[in-house]
Design a protein around this ligand. Structure first.
Ligand code: 9G3
Length: 573
C-alpha cells in the first residue's frame, strides 16, 4: 500500500482528554476517530488490526467446534420481558420504537436472542452439544464512556453460547471455550490471567472465569499468588485462613471489659489509631448496610475492608448497599463514624477475623465516644460469622497455603460463564432427552471484547516513540521507507522490494511521501510496523538497512536478499 494514498492522519500530540496510553496512541497513530462519546470510527489502520483480531478469534472458535452465526442488533422487547430482564436494566439498555411503535432494544448481549432461536431449531439431544458464536456490534449506554475503546457505548464483541444436554457436557463445552481463549490471547501476544470471578447479575450454575489482560489502566483488581497459579478477581478472592491469629479464643480469659473513651470528632480508623496509639487491627469497624432494604450491621477488623460481593452472597440478598445517614442514626443512635455493635437490635454479621479477636475498640453509638475492651460474642451478639472481607496484599494464598497474594490491575478482555438453565427455563427452550422427556437446555455463554482487545494490546505493546505491534496483529507486515523519494535509485529499489514482498504474500506499507526523513521515521515509530526496511544512500550499492520495531540498537546494513530473509524469519515463512 502506498502511504501517500492511505488515510493515515498521524498527530504529534493526543488531545488532552485522552488519558489512557492506548487511547492516545489510537488517536495519534490514526487508528480511530471519535464520532460521539464512546462511539468511534475505525480508520483503515484500525480496521486492519481489528480484522486480524477477528481472524484469530474465528480460527480458534472454529477449531473448538463452534459455529458462526450473525444475530440482529435490534431485539424485540418481548424477548427481554419473557426472560424477565427488561426491567432489570436501566438506561444502559438502549430502547427504541419502530415505525409501528413496537418496542425494541439495541442488543447489549444475545442470551435471549440465541435461546429463542435454538428453542425453535433444536429439539433433540441428538443435536447436542452445540456452540454458536458471532462477532457483532453491541450497544450499552455506559454512563461514563472512557479510555477510548476500553469502555465504549458501541463496541465489537465475540459472544458464544453453548447448548448441552447435561452438566458434564456443559463442563466439556466450557473447557473447550476456556482453552480456545488461552490460544486466542496467546496468539494475539497478550500477557493475561484467567481468574475466578463472580457471576454477578447474570447468575447461573456457578463457574465463571474472567480473562484479564494485565495493565495498570485496568479497572479490575486481581489477586495473584506469587508461587502457585491462583488468581482471582478481588470481588471473589479468598485467602489462607489464620488459625486463630490474634490472641486467645473469645470464651477463654477475656479482657478487662468495656470502658468509654472520649474521642471528639475522631471518626476514621486512621485518625483514631493515630490519636489513641492503637493499631488499626485492634479496632472493629461497624458498617450499617441495607440488604434488600433491611438494615444489618456488618463488622470487619479495622485494617480490613468489607467485600460487598461476599456480603451479598452471605446474606443471600439481591442488593446490598451502605445505609444512608438517617438509617445509620436511627439504627445506632449516632453517625457512621461512631457506630458500634453494643446494644444494636439489627442483625450483626461479622467477618471471621473479628470473631477471633479477644477484644477490640468499637464506636459507642454516641457522638464523640468509643468503647475499648469490647469482647466479640460477649459484649455484643454475633448472629453470623463468615468470610466477609476483601483479600489484602500479603495474605496467604488460599490454594497453596505457602505463597503470598499480590494485587495486579487488569483489563477484562474475556468472560466465560456457566449459565445452567437460567435462560432456557425462562424462555421455555427444551429438547427431548434420551428417554423422550423434555428438558431445558444446559447453557454457557462466552464473551471476548474484540475492540477492547485492541486497547489491551496497545496498553501492553508500546514505548516512548509509539506502538510496537505484536507481529500477529500488525496492520502491515513490513514498512518500506525510501529516505528521499526524489532520489531515483532509492525510490526504484524501494518499489522493487515492496513488490517482491507483496508477491511473497507480505502486506507492505511503502512510505512514498515526499516528506523529510525525520518525519518519516517519527511516523514509522509511531505506527509501529514490526519490521522496517530503509532505502537510503546505500541503495547505489544495492544495500539497505532493516530494523525490528522495539529492538534496541542500530539498524542492520544488509543486501536486499538479507533484508527479505529477515522478514521471512520474523514471520516464520
Ligand atoms: C444488558 C445491559 C448490559 C449488560 C447486560 C445486559 C453485561 C448483560 C452480562 C453479559 C454476560 C455475557 C454473553 C457474552 C459474554 C458476557 N452487561 N451483561 O447481560 F441489558 Cl444494558 O453480557 N453475555
Amino acid at each position: 500500500m502506498r502511504q501517500s494514498k492511505l488515510l493515515l492522519p498521524t498527530l504529534r500530540e493526543a488531545p488532552a482528554e485522552a488519558e489512557a496510553a492506548s487511547h492516545r496512541l489510537m488517536l495519534r497513530a490514526g487508528l480511530i476517530r471519535q464520532l460521539a462519546a464512546g462511539i468511534y470510527t475505525y480508520l483503515p489502520l484500525g480496521r486492519k488490526v481489528l480484522r486480524k483480531l477477528e481472524t484469530i478469534i474465528r480460527e480458534e472458535m472454529d477449531r473448538a467446534g463452534a459455529q458462526e452465526v450473525l444475530m440482529p442488533a435490534m431485539q424485540p422487547a418481548e424477548l427481554w420481558k419473557e426472560s424477565g430482564r427488561y426491567g432489570v436494566y436501566g438506561p444502559e439498555l438502549i430502547r427504541l420504537q419502530d415505525r409501528h411503535e413496537r418496542e425494541f432494544a439495541l442488543g447489549p448481549t444475545h442470551e435471549e436472542v440465541i435461546t429463542s432461536l435454538i428453542r425453535d431449531e433444536i429439539s433433540s439431544y441428538r443435536q447436542l452439544p452445540a456452540i454458536f458464536y458471532q462477532i457483532q456490534t453491541k450497544f450499552r449506554d455506559e454512563r461514563r464512556p472512557r479510555y477510548g475503546l476500553l469502555r465504549g457505548r458501541e463496541f465489537l464483541m465475540k459472544d458464544a453460547y453453548s447448548f448441552d444436554a447435561d452438566l458434564e457436557s456443559l463442563d466439556r463445552s466450557y473447557r473447550a471455550m476456556y482453552d480456545a481463549y488461552h490460544h486466542i490471547f496467546e496468539r494475539v501476544g497478550l500477557t493475561f490471567r484467567a481468574v475466578e470471578a463472580d457471576a454477578g447479575s447474570i447468575g447461573g450454575e456457578g463457574g465463571t472465569h474472567e480473562f484479564m489482560a494485565l495493565a495498570d489502566i485496568g479497572e479490575d483488581t486481581i489477586a495473584v499468588c506469587d508461587s502457585c497459579g491462583y488468581a482471582a478477581n478481588l470481588e471473589k478472592a479468598e485467602y489462607a485462613r489464620s488459625a486463630g491469629s490474634s490472641g486467645v479464643h473469645p470464651d477463654e480469659a477475656a479482657g478487662a471489659g468495656p470502658s468509654r473513651l472520649h474521642t471528639p470528632d475522631l471518626r476514621k480508623i486512621a485518625e483514631l489509631s493515630d490519636a489513641l496509639g492503637i493499631p488499626a487491627s485492634d479496632f472493629i469497624k461497624t458498617m450499617i448496610y441495607k440488604a434488600d432494604g433491611k438494615p444489618v450491621a456488618v463488622l470487619v477488623r479495622g485494617d480490613h475492608e468489607v467485600n460487598e460481593i461476599k456480603l451479598r452472597h452471605t446474606l443471600a440478598a439481591a442488593e446490598v448497599e451502605l445505609a444512608d445517614d438517617e438509617t445509620v442514626a436511627r439504627v445506632t443512635g449516632a453517625q457512621a463514624g461512631f457506630a458500634g455493635p453494643v446494644g444494636l437490635d439489627v442483625p450483626i454479621v461479622v467477618d471471621e477475623a473479628v470473631a477471633l479477636m479477644k477484644e477490640g475498640v468499637v464506636g459507642a453509638n454516641e457522638r464523640d465516644f468509643h468503647l475499648t475492651g469490647i469482647r466479640p460474642g460477649i459484649d455484643f451478639r454475633i448472629d453470623y460469622q463468615g468470610d466477609l472481607r476483601e483479600a489484602m496484599e500479603g495474605d496467604g494464598c488460599p490454594r497453596c497455603q505457602e505463597g503470598k497474594l499480590g494485587f495486579r490491575r487488569g483489563i477484562e478482555i474475556g468472560h466465560v460463564f456457566k449459565l445452567g438453565t437460567k435462560y432456557s427455563e425462562s424462555l421455555g427452550a427444551q429438547f427431548a432427552d434420551m428417554s423422550g422427556v423434555n428438558q431445558p437446555f444446559i447453557m454457557g455463554c462466552y464473551g471476548i471484547g474484540v475492540s477492547r482487545l485492541l486497547s489491551a494490546a496497545l496498553e501492553q505493546h508500546h514505548d516512548g516513540d509509539g506502538i510496537v505491534w505484536p507481529p500477529a496483529i500488525a496492520p502491515y507486515d513490513v514498512h518500506v521507507v525510501p529516505v528521499s523519494i526524489k532520489d531515483e535509485t532509492q525510490s526504484v529499489l524501494a518499489e522493487e522490494i515492496s513488490r517482491r514482498l507483496e508477491a511473497e504474500g507480505f502486506e507492505t506499507l511503502l512510505d512514498d511521501r515526499d516528506e523529510r526523513p525525520g518525519v518519516k521515521f517519527k511516523d514509522a515509530d509511531l505506527i509501529g510496523i514490526p519490521i522496517r526496511i530503509v532505502v537510503g544512500k546505500l541503495a547505489a550499492e544495492g544495500k539497505v538497512e532493516w530494523k525490528r520495531r522495539g529492538a534496541t540498537g542500530v539498524a542492520a546494513v544488509a543486501t536486499v536478499e538479507e533484508a527479505l530473509a529477515a522478514v521471512r524469519g520474523l514471520y516464520g515463512r
